[in-house]
Design a protein around this ligand. Structure first.
Ligand SMILES: Nc1ncnc2c1ncn2[C@@H]1O[C@H](COP(=O)(O)OP(=O)(O)OP(=O)(O)O)[C@@H](O)[C@H]1O
Ligand code: SF4
Ligand SMILES: [Mg+2]
Length: 385
């Protein structure tokens, strides 16, 4: 999506006593023919009730796997959680039995996927599908469930909702089907809505409508939202806070307006330079990030972004940085929610972020050497398998 970015957002909610979601040091691996895929590597974050959080990063960085692990929906037997904890509203999700987890998934946490057609039953009317969701999770009568179905379709702005209850999924346009999916996700009043690339399959004008709809229904129902996307343009203006992921790790997190104004991690700087923005008149050249993400079966010992990073210094090759206040050793875990933190030994300054390169105006000798050696190390690691 190439929506121009407006970064006006509301403030990050202050941390309450109990976060709605608390993820600690989550690690997920897949077995594959080319080895063990380290898909999520020590992800920790909290989400407050009613908060709108964006999770952003290039394809394959672990956004979907993180949310599937939280919901215990990883592809089995290849995918498994190999470490960490997930608490939802005070409940340990990784320890919950399958029946309780299934009930929680429908009732308290709901997910919207990219392609609504794969989640809707093609041979059953929309009305029956919505009613069935209510009846399978509650003791509501058929009549009350049908009333709830109609109210929810009206909430998501489906025109002529009463008549459309009798229609089948193929009778809806892509945008209207996504509205039906949002209704399906919201019908039980979940506390958390996880939307994984909810607009990628839609055309641009419909994308904006669906994003506005998700923000509005979240406000009206009080649900918190985790919005997953590879596109910073999608989360700008809609989320209060953003987490940037790279190679299965969170590499930067801040309030949305702060992240856009003062990106510190070189990867975030690169992401921001690759999208159009309203605040520079839209005339700037869009520059994609050079290089490819690392092979997750052979992660290097240092920072996984080093082979692509103009800011790289010697330390980056040996040690993978953890999240701290940029330029200090203050660890993210000790700081209030919403504090700007980045995992980087040599974070960008404002001036460097604007220029898209380190202060010297070109890649330093150390950085060039570091990048070459990081790339060589990655190749050598590959050869060991
Ligand atoms: N079933 C699987 N078997 C092996 N590896 C997998 C499997 N599912 C995901 N992975 C790997 O886990 C990593 C993270 O995948 P994930 O789907 O979370 O990426 P993503 O950030 O959601 O990307 P996208 O933007 O393309 O949706 C990828 O490298 C992917 O190849
Ligand atoms: S400066 Fe170093 S730690 Fe920071 S992103 Fe670049 S390679 Fe990673
Ligand atoms: Mg994904």
């Amino acid at each position: 999506m190439t929506r121009m970015i407006d970064t006006t957002t509301s403030a990050v909610p202050s941390a309450g006593d109990t976060p709605l979601l608390k993820v600690c040091d989550l690690r997920v691996e897949f077995s594959s023919s080319s080895g063990r895929v380290h898909a999520v590597n020590g992800v920790s974050f909290e989400l407050q009730p009613h908060e709108l959080l964006g999770i952003v990063g290039e394809s394959g960085c672990g956004k979907s796997v993180t949310s599937l692990a939280i919901l215990r929906l990883l592809a089995k037997p290849a995918g498994r959680v190999v470490g960490g904890q997930v608490e939802f509203d005070g409940t340990d999700l990784l320890g919950l039995d399958d029946d309780d987890m299934r009930d929680l998934r429908g009732r308290q946490v709901a997910m919207i996927f990219q392609d609504p057609m794969t989640s809707l039953n093609p041979v059953t009317t929309i009305g029956e599908q919505l009613t069935e969701v209510v009846r399978s999770h509650t003791k509501m009568s058929r009549q009350a469930a049908e009333k709830r179905a109609l109210e929810t379709l009206e909430l998501v702005g489906l025109p002529n909702a009463k008549a459309r209850l009798k229609d089948f999924p193929h009778q809806f346009s892509g945008g209207m089907r996504q509205r039906v999916m949002i209704a399906m996700a919201l019908i039980l009043g979940p506390k958390l809505l996880i939307a994984d690339e909810p607009t990628t399959a839609l055309d641009v004008t419909i994308q904006a409508q669906i994003l506005d709809l998700i923000a509005r229904v979240a406000r009206e129902t009080g649900a918190a939202v985790m919005l997953i996307t590879h596109d910073l343009g999608v989360v700008a203006g809609m989320t209060q806070r953003i987490q940037v992921m790279y190679a299965g790790q969170i590499v930067e997190t801040a309030a949305t307006d702060e992240l856009f104004a003062h990106p510190r991690h070189p990867y975030t700087v690169g992401l921001l330079r690759s999208i159009p923005r309203l605040d520079d008149g839209g005339s700037r050249e869009l520059i994609p990030i050079d290089g490819l993400p690392p092979d997750l079966t052979r992660l290097p010992p240092g920072c996984p972004f080093a082979p692509r990073c103009a800011w790289a210094i010697e330390r980056c090759l040996a040690e993978n940085p953890s999240l701290t206040v940029p330029g200090t050793a203050q660890a993210a875990a000790d700081l209030p929610l919403g504090t700007h933190v980045a995992a980087c030994w040599n974070p960008a300054t404002d001036e460097e972020a604007r220029a898209g390169m380190p202060a010297s105006g070109h890649i330093s000798a150390v950085s060039a050497a570091a990048q070459t050696r990081a790339a060589q190390a990655a190749v050598a690691l590959g050869g060991q398998e």
